[in-house]
Design a protein around this ligand. Structure first.
Ligand SMILES: [Ca+2]
Length: 98
């Protein structure tokens, strides 16, 4: 069982129950907190588990021109924008040259 807290362990929210394969990909929630923790435990024996060694930060990126959502506006974003600069975006338009 995987859970997280956004208030340093006061409250816990379930993320998922998953088999232990050594890693887990998690799309973090849209929150702003400097007091996040993750708790992982055996779903059948909740006392057997462990929590993050320290709090970490989750924040919502607010950059409008971060086109690949990595929270940086850099050359990749510019190249992504320029790669579609002259595309019409309408696949039903016979004059569209994607
Ligand atoms: Ca970016």
């Amino acid at each position: 069982m995987i859970e997280y807290s956004d208030n340093n362990g006061v409250d816990w929210t379930a993320i998922d129950t998953a088999a232990n394969i050594g890693s887990y990909s998690w799309l973090v929630p849209d929150i702003n907190s400097n007091e996040c923790l993750v708790w992982i435990s055996d779903a059948g024996y909740p006392a057997a588990g462990d929590v993050s060694d320290d709090v970490f930060r989750i924040y919502v990126c607010t950059l409008a021109y971060d086109l690949n959502h990595d929270c940086f506006v850099d050359f990749f974003d510019f190249s992504h924008l320029s790669s579609e600069w002259l595309k019409c975006g309408d696949p039903c338009d016979p004059n569209c040259q994607p």
